[in-house]
Design a binder for this molecule. Sequence first.
Ligand code: NAD
Length: 708
Amino acid sequence: MKLVVLGLSLSSSWGNGHATTYRALLKSFAERGHEVLFLERDVPWYRDNRDCPKPDYCRLEFYRSLEQLHKWRPQIETADAVIVGSYVREGVEVGRFVQEHARGVTAFYDIDTPVTLAKLEREDFEYLSLDLIPHFDLYLSFTGGPTLDRIESQYGSPAARALYCSVDAEAYAPRHLPKKWDLSYLGTYSPDRQPTLEKLLIEPARRLPQLKFVVAGPQYPDAIDWPANVERIDHVPPDEHADFYAASRFTLNVTRADMIAAGWSPSVRLFEAAACATPVISDRWDGLDRLFEPGHEIYLADSSEDVVRLLQDIQSKDQVGNSARRRVLAEDSSQNRASQLERYLQEAAERRFRRASTNPRESRVKRETERVALVTGGAGFIGSHLCDRLIESGARVVCLDNFLTGRASNIAHLEEESRFELVDHDVIEDLPPRLRRTGFTHVYHLACAASPPHYQADPEHTMLTNVVGTSNLLRLAEESGARLLLTSTSEVYGDPEVHPQPEDYRGWVNCTGPRACYDEGKRAAETLAFDYRRSGRAEVRVARIFNTYGPRMRSDDGRVVSNVICQALAGEDITVYGDGSQTRSFCFVDDLVRGLMLLMDSQSADGMPVNLGNPTEMTVRELVSLVKEMTGSTSRVVKRPLPEDDPKRRKPNIARAKDLLGWQPEVELREGLQQTIRWFDEERRSKRAPWRGVAAPDAEVPLIQAAE
Ligand code: NAD
């Protein structure tokens, strides 16, 4: 493959660990038959201290400015993969340039992940910014373990993978030299490492004056009081490192504080010492035991006593050194690292390919030519009308439902339709693999009981339906490149203090009440949907639906329209909660479904929720009079106390839907009620549905048992 790397430096290892990392990795990568171009910013410090100006395994080119980088645009465009490293000067602009032009895989290689993440936290975007991370196909990191999960979940990386430093096994091999020191340490002075060095080397040296110690590395302050048996060496050139380790009975590994905090951050010195088969004594940090087995491949020390004990033990420790070397050769040689990089890039390319075949431009074309829609909750009230409209529009429709509140009778008329298929499945379970291969272009996600008696009957299941179910569906949308429309609810506004509610009103919601499984569940579902969208994983649309009514509502679902109609038709008392002055606005299901389909197809409504509902407000009292008049009912009206959390007013602001979709309700209440009353009347006569209504004011109240 053709790989372009934009890294801090390859030409100079002076004052940076990047060059040695890149050299080992890219040399082995090139040996695997790949072509590598390294682009290095030409800056004075490295220019003046180049110890590898012309590597023989790759092409090294310099650029002086971002403008000059444009010269390499054709190579970036046509490369199979482009890696941008940490600490690249003007790295954010470089990253953006790469993301804009690269057609292959793009990756960020973080050679100092804890520092990078700390910078991002304090909004220091020296070489990486938050918006870039989701758009790199890969985030390669010197730190592994839980940090990788954080990079994916918190920062939106599609794939974060550990790519540790590695060791050149030829340069770092055992040499049989006489032992000069009992314990050595190789490392530049660093204030945060010094206390550990004091504890694990200087203090043992004081306690064991008969043994010999050495500390090699620059920048140690003069004020340090070195015991007489500690030798100081200011600089050991890299080609003498192996001899240095060979001359040590043990060598010490001391880890930077931020690396200890993150864990899973092996240093190159650790691998190098191990490759030389010198037994390593190390400080302790999370993840180290996954790299070397304590006691067999490495010694861990917490105190001076631990080190003293080891040094006093005269038994040979060759076995431990040799085991560590075997482990490093098997897992951490530069050849291994190069093959690991190759695998990561290939996997990212496959993911990219999968997405490319489903990526916005192609998906859009496919969406426009051949619609394959999944409708979850398709056997429910709104879902079944949506299935009808989609079939009428020529789409292929798969209806997925667990029949919790949905009914087979709602979709029975579609049974013979060749473009319609029913899948009986619960969205909180893994989706059937067959669905993954269906190639959906649209996912309408409606699955969730909408009326309080039903969603409160098993609140945990309701919450999981919204969170786990939505996550499953978003993954499906991501895999198939489908656009997903989430049916959220006006309930996300809770008991609103703002009337009517615009989409940017954040709501007044109670997360501990009996409705929380529904409204907080929907809020979480929206969060998931927008996170997927933000990280480019799926196209999403979010509809916040307000009270909807029409044929196929259930008579037992406790919504105000169905209750009033059913009670009026049955000649039962009509229950009104409170004094009936609370207002509601009702949208006829045909209008709503038209709105959902417009929203799904809208480009301009991307990235924002859209209210769909009827802004015409009426009191519950007015609704009751109208239904009584239309049904000719003589039922009495009886009043009951208002239930907990019952919103006093609920009215949508539909300015956004009007602007972006050109949508507004068209069906007059009287006309909609007529169709609904007719449907309930037929139902009542045919006795197909559970009949006696649960007396509750609307879809927004807790379970209240029906009065017999
Ligand atoms: P509904 O109860 O008639 O339909 C929901 C459908 O989802 C049913 O067929 C049910 O069996 C199915 N379902 C529930 N949980 C499921 C699960 N875990 N797996 C698979 N299927 C499952 O409700 P509706 O009125 O048609 O509402 C549809 C969607 O619109 C819901 O998401 C609801 O929250 C939303 N909504 C409706 C209204 C309204 O006034 N009707 C208002 C706001 C939001």
